[in-house]
Write a protein of this length. Structure first.
Length: 346
């Protein structure tokens, strides 16, 4: 789930109306054909065929309709610019999930309240009971963003330094005791300034530079001088920062040691537990863990229900539960309907 946009309820309702109109049209045509044949053959084709023919056409359309939804979308969806997708990645929903979704929608619609179940979802996706059961989301089809134009590098030859004027030193003559000015050497010509070999490449204009540790946090870290000038204990050492995480609701977490995240992770030896408020119920009780080793920062999916998807450079990758994966500054972690950005990492 990279830059996917939820479809509006207006477009979703209009897509259902269009598909229902197509189904009604096919049913009317099949019924008209049976009635016309019965009249033209003077009853040789019995009107009793009306119900079986209409039933066969209805079942056939239901299967074709589900197959279209599992792929590029039904007729109404294509007309309104929406489609179905997996809740965890950008893949199409598939025929099996689309068929199960439609069957659940028909069953819950028999009690009427099933038609309005998407209105009960407080998240931006407005998933109905049939969407949750099939693991689906309704997406708005938007064009992919154009890549930003490359930043033109400034040639090194264009960077020059003006000669620095030097003062003429005053020298005291040993013979006469008078002061005399020594003749300065000729000033060197301006030389082109080339970038030093150790200088890092400048970051592109479109790339976000990872944020460093905030001042408010620095003043509370052991071993770091206080803002008011009070020296900290020389024996204490500042704990290294593993990562800084920014959640979609504005909450930020600074990770100093291996930490478990979820709605209510239990206490485990050698790990810190951090509870995350989640009104969407996308997070499991213990959803994921973040830590670091000599190679950098890593994340582990702790066998959560909705899993963990890393989005890097616009490409999503779903993690294998229980296996470590490296995360870098700028990565986005998708946890069901929740998202967090790695603002800084080792």
């Amino acid at each position: 789930m990279t830059s996917r946009v939820p479809a509006s309820m207006r477009h979703r309702v209009l897509a259902v109306v269009i598909d229902s109109a197509v189904a009604a049209g096919l049913t009317a045509i099949s019924a008209g054909v049976v009635v016309a044949l019965s009249m033209l053959t003077a009853g040789a084709v019995s009107a009793m065929w009306l119900l079986p023919v209409v039933g066969i056409v209805g079942v056939g359309w239901f299967l074709v309709y589900s197959a279209m939804q599992g792929g590029r979308g039904s007729i109404g969806m294509r007309f309104m610019g929406v489609r179905l997708g997996h809740a965890a990645d950008d893949a199409a929903l598939g025929f099996g999930r689309a068929l199960g979704r439609n069957l659940i929608w028909a069953l819950t619609g028999s009690v009427l309240v099933g038609f309005f179940s998407p209105l009960f979802d407080p998240s931006r996706w407005r998933r109905g009971w049939h969407d949750i059961a099939a693991g689906a989301v309704v997406l708005d089809v938007v064009p992919a963003p154009r890549p930003p134009a490359p930043v033109e590098a400034v040639p090194a030859a264009d960077l020059r330094l003006d000669p620095i004027p030097t003062a003429t030193p005053t020298v005291l003559s040993a013979a006469t005791g008078a002061s005399a000015r020594s003749t300065p050497a000729a000033a060197p010509a301006a030389m082109p300034l080339s970038p030093p070999s150790w200088a890092p490449a400048s970051a592109p204009a479109h790339r976000r530079i990872p944020r460093t540790l905030p001042v408010d946090v620095i003043s509370t870290v052991p071993g770091v001088p206080h803002r008011e000038g009070r020296p900290a204990s020389a024996e204490s050492v500042a704990p290294p920062v593993i990562a800084i995480l920014g959640w979609d609701d504005g909450t930020r977490h600074t990770v100093y040691e291996p930490t478990l995240f979820g709605r209510g992770p239990g206490q485990q030896p050698g790990r810190r537990s951090t509870a995350v408020r989640d009104e969407t119920l996308s997070l499991s009780k213990t959803h994921f863990e973040i830590g670091a080793d000599e190679d950098g920062t890593w994340v582990v999916d702790r066998h959560s229900l909705n899993g963990v998807v890393i989005v890097r450079g616009g490409q999503p990758q779903r993690l294998v539960p229980g296996q470590r994966a490296r995360i870098w500054s700028g990565d986005v972690l998708e946890l069901g309907d929740r998202r967090l950005r790695v603002e800084s990492a080792r």
